[in-house]
Design a protein around this ligand. Structure first.
Ligand SMILES: Cc1cc2nc3c(=O)[nH]c(=O)nc-3n(C[C@H](O)[C@H](O)[C@H](O)COP(=O)(O)OP(=O)(O)OC[C@H]3O[C@@H](n4cnc5c(N)ncnc54)[C@H](O)[C@@H]3O)c2cc1C
Length: 172
């Protein structure tokens, strides 16, 4: 736990500068290991609106173009649930995930890297075409002819209340 100003402790084994998403998570998990030997320093109020971790709706997803991310994110679902249990606060909302890419866009080549990473991570994904997207998800009417998507069910994605996460991991 981050030390508060009235705490008599003056010396710390670890000092984390900046308590955004990354820093507050570091403070939280470090303090689990070493207790009060951790100090988190933040220039603004906790949960402030001037950093990257400022919103209430950040996407969390296991699909990435890089093999390293997927196992990392999968583990983070478990760890954030530990924080939810401890704090009693709802921090992430799990949903399915639908990624849509215009096949004519040169950047769509990155989808091959996504597929590769997801296959290596043994994720059960599905590639569907634009006709199938509109059949299953009629709310999407984007008019792009050649579009493909990767569709996954529960646990593939969700929404994270980043500001609340940051505040919670800095103070719990
Ligand atoms: C508009 C937007 C949308 C995004 N959407 C997503 C998304 O959907 N999904 C996703 O995964 N990522 C998303 N990101 C990226 C993600 O939000 C950031 O990568 C992440 O929040 C960065 O966290 P951080 O802890 O590295 O930085 P920050 O949250 O910026 O934290 C840095 C902290 O350090 C503090 N600080 C800086 N200097 C000092 C100092 N000298 N002394 C003390 N404190 C200091 C700052 O005040 C700040 O609190 C988005 C980013 C933005 C901006």
């Amino acid at each position: 736990m981050a030390q508060h100003s009235q705490d008599p402790v003056r010396y710390f084994e670890y000092i984390v500068v900046g308590c955004g998403g990354i820093g507050s998570g570091t403070v939280y998990w470090l303090s689990k290991r070493v207790g009060k030997a951790v100090l988190g320093l933040e220039r603004f109020t906790l949960g402030h609106e001037r950093g990257g971790s400022q919103d209430h709706a950040r996407i969390i997803r296991v699909d990435y173009h890089d093999d390293d991310y997927t196992p990392l994110v999968r583990d983070s679902y478990t760890t954030i649930q530990d924080v939810e249990r401890e704090s009693g606060l709802k921090l992430i909302h799990i949903t399915g995930r639908l990624m849509m890419v215009n096949k004519d866009d040169p950047r769509s080549e990155i989808v091959a890297a996504y597929e590769d990473a997801m296959t290596k991570a043994n994720l059960n994904y599905e590639i569907i075409n634009s006709t199938e997207i509109q059949r299953r998800f009629p709310q999407f009417c984007f008019g792009i002819q050649c579009c493909w998507s990767i569709h996954k069910g529960q646990w593939f994605g969700g929404c994270c209340d980043d500001q609340r996460c940051t505040y919670t991991t800095s103070t719990t």
